[in-house]
Design a binder for this molecule. Structure first.
Ligand code: GLN
Length: 232
């Protein structure tokens, strides 16, 4: 434990709905891997957290402007972000994948996207990836702030596909959210907890210390199993 975080309260920004990492449970409480992780680590390290469910891009902006002390939001540790944020040790491997409506029998790959619109989340890796291949395949990227809205756009036929993180797509599809994946996963960066560069090194150290403990004592694996094997 680090003495400098003891008894302090940190405000932590997160995405609104990015299950199984953050979402509202049946009682309207924030639940998910990220939520359990930060709360368990805070308890172990002796600090308090006040979680702000802001949306992904809004959480990053709140961090940059100092309105929150840290962000945990299934946030990928990318080189670009490392220029402005410091990240914890990685805690989950991820990447991007494309999904289409479950009843869509015509969109089978990127080659079927010509002239069409796809949805992605503002400021996300999914958006970057979609934009990186948009010209080549001749499609338009519509950026939205929330995964739920992106999925609705696809189901209503206003977008033909969505680019999002594959663990999140897989979790939703397993719960019959009306989507399916048709292309391969694009392995990407792992998730990490972020603070502003050079600021809050103590919070970051405490997070890493707590994470290492949870990994070593098997609690982290248990947490993953809770959400990934038996979706609540
Ligand atoms: N992992 C992705 C990123 O960091 C998406 C995160 C999210 O949508 N919450 O860009």
């Amino acid at each position: 434990q680090s003495a400098s975080v003891q008894g302090k309260t940190f405000t932590i920004g997160t995405d609104t709905t990015f299950a199984p990492f953050e979402f509202r449970d049946g009682n309207g409480n924030l639940a998910g891997i990220d939520m359990d992780l930060i709360r368990t680590i805070a308890k172990d390290q002796g600090f308090n957290v006040e979680i702000k469910s802001l949306g992904f891009n809004a959480a990053l902006q709140a961090l940059s402007s100092g309105q929150v002390d840290g962000v945990i939001a299934g946030m990928s540790i990318t080189d670009t972000r490392k220029q402005v944020y410091d990240f914890s040790e990685p805690y989950f491997d991820s990447g991007v994948q494309m999904a289409v409506a479950k009843n869509d029998e015509t969109t089978k790959g990127y080659g079927d996207l010509r002239g069409k619109t796809v949805a992605a989340k503002t400021g996300s890796e999914g958006e970057s990836y979609a934009k990186s291949i948009a010209d080549q395949y001749g499609f338009t990227v519509k950026s939205l702030d929330q995964s739920a809205t992106m999925y609705e756009l696809v189901k209503s036929g206003n977008a033909v596909a969505v680019f999002d993180d594959y663990p999140v797509l897989a979790y939703g599809i397993a719960q019959n959210n009306g989507l399916k994946t048709v292309t391969d996963k694009v392995p990407g960066a792992s998730y990490g907890f972020a603070v502003n560069k050079g600021q809050n090194p103590d919070l970051l150290a405490a997070f890493n210390d707590g994470l290492a403990k949870l990994k070593a004592n098997g609690e982290y694996q248990k947490l993953l199993d809770t959400y990934l094997k038996a979706p609540p």
